[in-house]
Design a protein around this ligand. Structure first.
Ligand code: AMP
Ligand code: MN
Ligand code: MN
Ligand code: MN
Length: 307
């Protein structure tokens, strides 16, 4: 293993909610100095072939990846759990648990042809259509018609309609000045276009990744603000018990103090450490591919035994 390699193991293409085709993301990664690159589309592996061909043509190593959406409920309900948003009488929202959190698990070095993984991912993708219809209905009730058709115009992969596509529609419709503002005002917990959704269980996501020969890594652990510290600890312990191996320490949405904090979490739990920009495309990402600081030298990188 060469400690000097620039490794970026988290990014998205138009096969999920990125803005660029896989070969264009490869070119951005190369331009950012990346030596080893993974594409990790949400719940989808269809662009991995294109990504690998483009990466190898550019002289980068390519790692097959995926980012799986998980719904996780802690056993321990801490005092600071946010209460569920009030449900409007005419809303189609299902009752939900106050403790249900969406968590993303990245699978790296997966075999995308593995039937356990591909069947599991297909099942999660299929739930997105119904969620999108409920989101559009909620937005219509809030005075914004046409959101389903509007969002679909931005989704190149019809099986992967994402909140990001709704955010782009809301910007286009003049309801928000940025996708970030669209999330803040419409698409996050308690806001008019947010609907609770049941993704894979943590056990399913980790088992699919392992069945496909991959390594399971917690994506951007600093983003699960709904979880208290004890709940996040419970999550890490459960993830490890299930065979999860790594966490992202360096990721586009972490602050410098979160780099330090999650480096310490990796040491405490014996997790492998990962580094990934979570690049979605120009104007929608915190950092460019390859631009994050390196991992702290004492951590074991998730790629330590790959090459
Ligand atoms: P979905 O899987 O359809 O629920 O969409 C989740 C995606 O929305 C994430 O992967 C991000 O790309 C994007 N996202 C979530 N929260 C925000 C936010 N506050 N601002 C911008 N994008 C966000
Ligand atoms: Mn995304
Ligand atoms: Mn994510
Ligand atoms: Mn991501």
């Amino acid at each position: 293993m060469n400690a000097q390699l620039n490794v970026d193991l988290h990014s998205h293409s138009l096969a999920s909610d990125g803005l660029l085709q896989a070969h264009q993301v490869a070119a951005r990664a190369k331009a950012g100095g990346v030596d080893v690159w993974a594409l990790t589309d949400h719940d989808e592996t269809k662009a991995l072939g294109e990504a690998r061909a483009a990466a190898e043509a550019l002289g980068m190593r390519f790692i097959n990846g995926v980012e799986i959406s998980v719904s996780w409920t802690p056993r321990t309900l801490a005092a600071n759990v946010v209460a569920p948003a009030p449900v409007a009488a005419d809303s189609v929202r299902k009752p939900r648990s106050a403790s249900d959190t969406t968590i993303h698990i990245v699978g790296l070095q997966i075999d995308p042809a593995n039937p356990v993984l591909s069947k599991g991912l297909k099942a999660i993708r299929s739930g997105r259509d119904e969620r999108a219809a409920r989101m559009a209905l909620d937005l219509e009730i809030a005075g914004i018609p046409g959101a389903l058709e509007g969002a679909k115009k931005f989704a190149v992969n019809p099986e992967l309609l994402s909140r990001s596509h709704f955010a782009r529609f809301l910007v286009e419709a003049g309801k928000a000045t940025s996708t970030h503002q669209a999330f803040f005002n419409y698409l996050t917990e308690g806001k008019p276009g947010f609907v609770q959704h049941q993704w894979a269980t943590l056990a399913e996501a980790v088992s699919w990744i392992r069945a496909a020969g991959g390594v399971a890594v917690v994506a951007h652990p600093g983003r699960y603000k709904q979880l208290s510290q004890p709940q996040l600890n419970e999550f890490f312990a459960e993830f490890k018990d299930l065979g999860g191996r790594g966490i992202e320490v360096m990721t586009g949405s972490h602050s410098a103090s979160q780099y330090d904090h999650f480096a310490e979490v990796a040491r405490c739990y014996g997790f492998l450490a990962s580094r990934g920009s979570d690049y979605h495309g120009p104007g929608e990402s915190h950092v460019e591919p390859g631009a994050l600081p390196p991992l702290p030298a004492d951590l074991t990188p998730v790629w330590h035994d790959w090459f």
